[in-house]
Design a binder for this molecule. Structure first.
Ligand SMILES: [Zn+2]
Length: 223
């Protein structure tokens, strides 16, 4: 859990504006209260059910709500800022916890897009690093011989020629913010990096976070 203390919100409506901001951003709000500092100033304390928060970005966003608001402290965040894409790539294949932290550092309005972008870069990087040797493959052979083995390092994968399913995606656990758009991006970046697969489009079709039994991705390509 991360607890954020904000000053300058004693005017009426301050707490409401701040909580509305966190809810709009899609943060899981655990509690909010107004406390008094030793000097008598009123402080807003917000607790979020996340493990990681980008303090610098949050401070700027809070300031943009009102110039009076100021982030005084952020407690409980596992590190000062979200992991970088480079840090995530370097930890491959043990990347699920870092991807989770990366995803949680964004609000719901931009999270999926940012996760997909990060996934694309890491997927392309993985392809270049491990799978670009030998003669380039076309779909669906590329899917079976390169993408599926690359993903099996991350978790159990079932694949057909046009669809790939993760029954237990490490990026989409119960009670956690779903981060499985990372994989949409990963597969897209991986296939785009292949000379004969770069026209393939990847789309998430099913997701455990939406109540489906697994996370499933669909591939569109021309033979
Ligand atoms: Zn999912």
């Amino acid at each position: 859990m991360v607890t954020i203390t904000i000053s300058g919100a004693e005017k009426s409506g301050g707490l409401a504006r701040i909580t509305a901001f966190f809810m709009r951003k899609g943060y899981p709000l655990k509690s909010h209260q107004v406390v008094e500092s030793p000097s008598g100033a009123k402080l807003v304390k917000i607790s979020l059910d996340i493990t990681q928060l980008d303090k610098i970005k949050l401070a700027a966003e809070i300031k943009s709500l009102s110039p009076d608001f100021m982030v005084v402290s952020v407690e409980g965040s596992q590190s000062g800022s979200a992991p970088s894409i480079k840090e995530i790539a370097a930890r491959s294949p043990d990347i699920a916890p870092l991807v989770q932290a990366y995803g949680e550092s964004f609000g719901a309005d931009t999270r999926d897009r940012e996760l997909a972008e990060a996934g694309k870069k890491i997927g392309a990087f993985q392809y270049e690093k491990e799978w670009s040797f030998g003669s380039p493959l076309k779909m669906p052979v590329a899917l079976r011989r390169t993408l599926v083995p690359a993903l099996e390092a991350l978790g159990k994968v079932d694949a057909t020629d046009t669809q790939l399913t993760l029954p237990d995606s490490p990026f989409c656990g119960t009670g956690k913010i779903p981060c499985c758009e990372f994989l949409t991006g990963f597969m897209q970046g991986f296939l785009e990096a292949g000379p004969l697969t770069h026209d393939t489009r990847v789309q998430k079709a099913e997701c455990r976070a939406k109540g489906d039994s697994s996370c499933t991705y669909r591939f569109d390509y021309e033979l």
